[in-house]
Design a protein around this ligand. Sequence first.
Ligand code: PEP
Ligand code: MN
Length: 636
Amino acid sequence: MLREIADRETAEKARVEVEVGYQGEPGAFGEVAAAAHGGVPRGFASFEKLLEALRDGEVDEAVLPMDNAVVGAITEALEPFAEAVVDGLELVAVAVTSVPVRLSLAARPGTPLAAVRRAWSHPAALRQCTHRLAQMGIERVVCYDTAGAAQIVAHDASTDAAVCSRRAAERYGLEVLEEDVSDKEQNGTRFIHLRMAEHARAQVSLAFLRTSSMTATGRLDVLTGATLLPLAGTAEYPVRMWVLGADAARLQALAPARDVQVISLGQPAAHAAKVTPPKQGTEPVVKSLPHATARKAPTVVEVGPLRIGGGARAVIAGPCSVESREQVLRIAREVAACGATALRGGIFKPRTNPYAFQGHGMEALDWLVDAGKAAGLPVVTEVMAVDQVKPVAGKADVLQIGARNMQNYDLLRAAGRAGRPVLLKRGAGATVDEWLGAAEYVMAAGEERVILCERGIRTFETSTRNTLDIGGMLAARPLTHLPIIADPSHAAGRADLVEGLARAAWSAGADGLIVEVHDDPARALSDAEQALIPARFAELARNLALHPDARLPLAQLRAWVDAIDHDLGVLVQRRLEVARVIGESKRQTGRAVLDPRREAAVRRTYQEALISNKRLADKLVDLLLEAAKAQQSIDE
Ligand code: PEP
Ligand code: MN
């Protein structure tokens, strides 16, 4: 009983308090970072001591300054950090916090500015005000911390000053003589939050890289969009750096030399499949394509419930052709009920055979738009000729440029002037560069909201209509900020392969899908072979974790929830099995099986994932831990 109470108290404490270590005295900038996510800050005299404390479990988390707007890499912190991970300390990066830095010049009350000859501070802070201090004729004196400098000056009877935050100055009773002596306005420092790998999951990609080859890492920042924070070279490793924001496997693959060593601090699992678009604020990735390959935050295309890009994923569904008012309305309702976010439907159809159905034209646009309104979905439809652009843009929400027209430059320009987002299919014979070139035409004409769509390219393979080029889609990802979706229907040309291709593209990190759905494929006027019937689309939507609504028939909603229950059961079973193996591993290596800090980390994971119901998250954790303990035979 007593142990139970003690256990509960430990768990309660761990649940509410995360102790976060930083280097410095109270009032240091690190303290601000440490408190940023509700942590309880605790100061340490050096970065080495801080990392030791994290290793020994004295703190749950540590914050380290990585880079500063004025001086770049903070080598004072990054060197001991590198040494620790090279020595095998298993850390993961869980967050990044930017702290605005205003470096005040502060002295004992009554000290005139003109009397100040020396200023104390941390070397990284002193480097941020080299010019300003030189202008004032003030000599720089190094000490271990900005707030520590304030403390030293406060205890010293001289006219020395400290370079520190206003908070630190006030804390030690100093008077601020100059508000900000940074060499650059809007100074700021980024801190990385670290935890021990066994107690947390990585949320931020961070790796240490070292190599003896001077040329191995030349274009890593351009190719990955990562921030490179270089450290001084050694005889053995002339190139050493921290890389923030790139996947370790990709770094290894891109660095051409064999002796490149990459030590990863974990890869955020949820992002593992996504390749991040290029870093912001510098030249475009491809100079001749300044719009499509600009280095900017991911473009998010937004029309009503349709949101694509920057983490928002969309599923556009509907018939190949709009065949009648009733047909499109029925299908619109079906796909909306499954959680689709936009409705597709062709009114002008590019057909290989000139005698095949060519689409019902402008009349069908009204049927499509009305169906969209009734189902609450924005509509996407293809334009094939310049003179169709204006009338269609008057009513449709998104203009599609088909694969056959990807290099119809007049059409691209006209679509770019129409004031509507453009869904740009990749031509069946177009390279990734040509596809981006086509997007550049649309953007140069004025439309920034372009959605790229991989729909299969022509290869020697005849068992599918086209070959879905997931490799090309992934290759385009680091080159552009535009959302990229996949069209498994036109790639496969056969309904039986659509779900597999859709799931492959989704797992590879596509920003969305466009899927053809028909409720009577046998009678469809175009692309009959590749249409999913609504029930199969519902299955796909369930697999993609879309959100159904109450219009879906009850039997289907039940099937949806049954599938989730089954998956949950299987996952719980797997969790118990892995927990049992962990118990075995701990016993074999002589480590304690019970670990309250680890339990607290599990609890946090569930609370983060089950954000809408923290009580349920807690109950689930209690049940799981109880079951795991029973399995690990701790209770008897
Ligand atoms: C379509 O989406 O109906 C279509 C004709 O696609 P694609 O241009 O990719 O062949
Ligand atoms: Mn089609």
